[in-house]
Every structure is written in C-alpha cells, then in structure tokens.
Design a protein around this ligand. Sequence first.
Ligand SMILES: C[S@@+](CC[C@H](N)C(=O)[O-])C[C@H]1O[C@@H](n2cnc3c(N)ncnc32)[C@H](O)[C@@H]1O
Length: 281
Amino acid sequence: MQILYNIIDFFKREISHIYDLKECESLAYIVIDKIFGYNKSDFILRSNETINESQRKIIINIVKNLKKNVPIQYILEEAYFFDLNFFVNSSVLIPRPETEELVSWIINESKQKNSFLDIGTGSGCLIITLNKLLKGSFSAIDVCSNALDIAKINNKKHNTEVSFYQMDILKKENIFKDKFDVILSNPPYVTNSEKKFIKKNVIDHEPHIALFVSDRDPLIFYRSIIKRSKDLLSNEGCLYFEINERFGLDIIQLLNNEGFVNIKLKKDINGKDRMIKAVFK
Ligand SMILES: C[S@@+](CC[C@H](N)C(=O)[O-])C[C@H]1O[C@@H](n2cnc3c(N)ncnc32)[C@H](O)[C@@H]1O
C-alpha cells in the first residue's frame, strides 16, 4: 500500500471473504474519509498521493478488526443518524436507518408537542435528534449504565439538553412526576429463535440486552411500556414504537386492550411493518 489508490484493492483483497466487493469499496471510502478527510471525489483527484507510515498502520489495524467482524462503526467509534455524528461503542446498539424513519414520523407530527420521553435510549440518537429539531423538554431512560454514559457523551457533543435516567422499564418503580406529550421506544424485539438469521458482526459485537427477547414472551417490553404509558402520557399524548415486522397485529391488540385510539401501523422503506403510533385519551 503505497498510494491512496491501493487502499481500495487492499480492502477487496483482505475482507472480500466477509463483505461483498461493493461493501469492501464503501468501507474503504469510509476509512479514507476518516483518515485523510477526503470524500469520494477528493479521493479520485488525489488517488496518487502517498500514504505515510502511521496512516498505513492505522489502515492495517482497521482491516484487522474488520476481519474479526467488528462493525466499522465500533472501530471508528462513530455512527451517523439523521446526518448527525454519534459516538458509539459496543455498549450501545448501532443506530439503524429504519429508526430514522420512526424519528421522521415523530418530527412531522410533533411540532405542537412539548415533552418527550425515549425508553431504551442506547446511544441517545433518537432523543438527541428530536432535541436538535424540535422545541420542548427531552428525557430518556435506559437500564444499562454504560449505554447512559455514551448517551451523555452524545448529549454534550451535540449541545443538547436531554435528561438521562437509569431505569428498568420492566420493574414497577416510576421516577417521573410530570406527564409527557410523546413517548417513543425502540425496545429489544428480536426473538432468540431469530438469532440464526442475524449477521455474525451483530451477534458477536452488538449488546444482546439491546436486541433479544425470549420466544416465550416476545412482547414483554411493549406490554410493559404500554401499561406504563397510561400513567406517563398526557391527555391526547402519543406513543410511538419501532417493532418487529412479525408482531404488528399483536401490538395493535395490546394497544386496543389498554384503550389507546387512532392506532396506525406503518411500513419501513423495505415494505415491512416497522412502526406503530397510538394516542392516549
Ligand atoms: C434496540 S436498543 C435501542 C437503542 C436506541 N434507542 C436506538 O434505537 O438506536 C434497546 C435499548 O433498550 C435498553 N433496554 C433493554 N432492557 C431494558 C429495560 N429493562 N429497561 C430499560 N431499557 C432497557 C437497551 O440497553 C438498549 O439500549
């Protein structure tokens, strides 16, 4: 690896047994952007520039980790959500594009809302994005203190004013006195039996507490959040969920049983049932 141009071939040679060639190329461009600050068109203009020894070492180390299936976001300790750059490590789920769709939906409908609570905040990407783009007060909970540490780092990084609390949503304690106009959650929803369909880099490196639920009770988080929301939502308050595409109708039923109204099920960009909204009256 002497010049920038060689990096693309290096990635293809070293990791094409894990990633297809297009992905190898995209990963190489992400790394080039990170190390040299060159986007794709800069790269084309400067592809004959030489790589120095320390840059070469960094690239080799990144590829070493990619070979161990570590997601690029954890290697570079950053992930983009709504074009915002979030600090991430293996204590938090890597923000997903389908979750951006949920946040878009909330933003479009919440201009008149004043208080927001995110349940299972992880990196804080949802609530921090809402705080950036809407007015009001913003709170978030997670059971995991390491995740909350990351969320707080992101809160500082983006100059937002989210209040974070450690709380287990499956336990009875309620730490909030005030009501919220909007509650949102992307809780764990992949069943243990679906593990076999999940990529190795996810299984080996992302936090299982953020992902998996038992097959015996896959809706445990939804049931608990729906029940809890009846005490936490203001009149006409809205509850938004990201969901497992298999359980849309079951979650609608749970919401109906608890008296929620105006329930809407929405598909993601891939045509899969992915989001639900319900109103509390
Ligand atoms: C699917 S991740 C979502 C993370 C982030 N909101 C996102 O969308 O990128 C679920 C989150 O729920 C948290 N969680 C798991 N069990 C919980 C519990 N009993 N109470 C509160 N949060 C919990 C996990 O730590 C994780 O951060």
